[in-house]
Design a protein around this ligand. Structure first.
Ligand code: NAD
Length: 305
């Protein structure tokens, strides 16, 4: 059997198109342009890439993008001062502080300084608590993207058994809560769990976000199950040859042994081109939703997001 591929690149492109249309409508009917402020402290190369990509896609969706690049030795007071300004700026509807922050800054404190209605990453304790209690709130982007991908396969998730591998605050835990809110029977596992292969074999849905290349093997997967691979790992790829400096080229892989797993699963996401593109698309969805909410306007319906 060859699994149905859940094409995150194509779905993300559709979502971005829908957001763009809704933004145009918001401008035409209400004269409002959603604005996203992204704050980057320091110059971590991976964070630089994400911030650039977020800014580009925000502008392509017709929104305003505000970037704040602060030096690595920015004090907590300076950063809090900027967040306070952005909280009260009527042109800013979403605020995202790129993580990880330098070690001298307390990320929990910083995230909780963002106004919950502008917290488009969905990491503020208020949003976490509201999602956890099944209330409407801003949902973290990656789990939101995973739910949209699952909606491509299941019109109704009720009663499905779902295993989440990984329990980070940004992916695994909110993913578990969203699946529970959708009335799945949910198991959230992590690196201290001892029986993940057996748990996986009883699951209709596996969502893995562990950061361990090839962790999920084909024989862990119940035939026909849906596998959502959140992992992004850069591994050596000698088959691709060598770089100019003589080191071996690398490639991106997920947390699933994809080639073998696709012969057992019913549906599966690839890496790259799966969950990754959905994350930024959902950031745009969250910014649009935040803008509507802050302006007391109804939220547009966006593909079951
Ligand atoms: P994290 O390091 O914060 O958490 C990893 C989680 O996996 C922990 O709960 C840990 O207990 C668990 N874990 C680690 N090894 C395990 C094992 N062998 N068996 C079972 N559980 C194990 O990571 P994170 O921020 O949640 O990210 C996880 C992965 O997802 C990374 O590869 C990251 O790059 C990727 N990621 C992708 C996106 C995206 O947009 N596609 C977004 C966020 C994270």
């Amino acid at each position: 059997m060859t699994a149905q591929l859940i094409d995150g690149k194509a779905l993300a492109s559709t979502v971005r198109g829908t957001v763009k249309d809704a933004v145009a409508q918001l401008k035409a009917e209400h004269g409002i342009t959603p604005g996203l402020a992204v704050v980057l402290v320091g110059s971590d190369p991976a964070s630089e890439v994400y911030v650039r990509s977020k800014g580009k896609q925000t502008i392509e969706a017709g929104m305003n993008s505000f970037e704040f690049r602060l030096s690595v030795d920015t004090s907590e007071k300076e950063l809090m001062g900027l967040i306070e300004r952005l909280n009260t700026d009527p042109e800013v509807h979403g605020i995202l502080v790129q993580l990880p922050l330098p070690a001298h800054l307390d990320s929990k404190l910083v995230i909780n300084a963002i106004h919950p209605h502008k917290d488009v990453d969905g990491f503020h304790t208020t949003n976490v608590g509201m999602v956890g209690t099944g209330q409407d709130a801003i949902v973290p982007c990656t789990p939101r993207g995973c739910m949209m991908m699952l909606a491509q396969i299941y019109p109704d998730l009720r009663g499905k058994t779902a295993l989440v591998i990984g329990h980070s605050n940004i992916v695994g835990k909110p993913m578990g809560r969203l699946l529970l809110n959708a009335d799945c029977t949910v198991i959230v596992s992590h690196k201290s769990s001892t029986n993940i292969p057996e748990l996986a074999r009883m699951s209709d849905i596996i969502v893995v976000a562990a950061g361990v290349p090839g962790l999920v093997k084909a024989d862990w997967i119940k035939p026909g199950a849906t596998v959502i691979d959140v992992g992004i790992n850069r591994v050596p790829a000698p088959e691709n040859g060598f770089k100019d400096d003589g080191t071996v080229k690398t490639k991106l892989v997920g947390d699933v042994d994809f080639d073998a797993a696709k012969e057992v699963a019913g549906a599966i996401t690839p890496v790259p081109g799966g969950v990754g593109p959905m994350t930024i698309a959902c950031l745009l969805v969250n910014t649009l939703s935040a803008c509507c909410n802050l302006n007391s306007l109804p939220e547009p319906v966006l593909l079951g997001a």
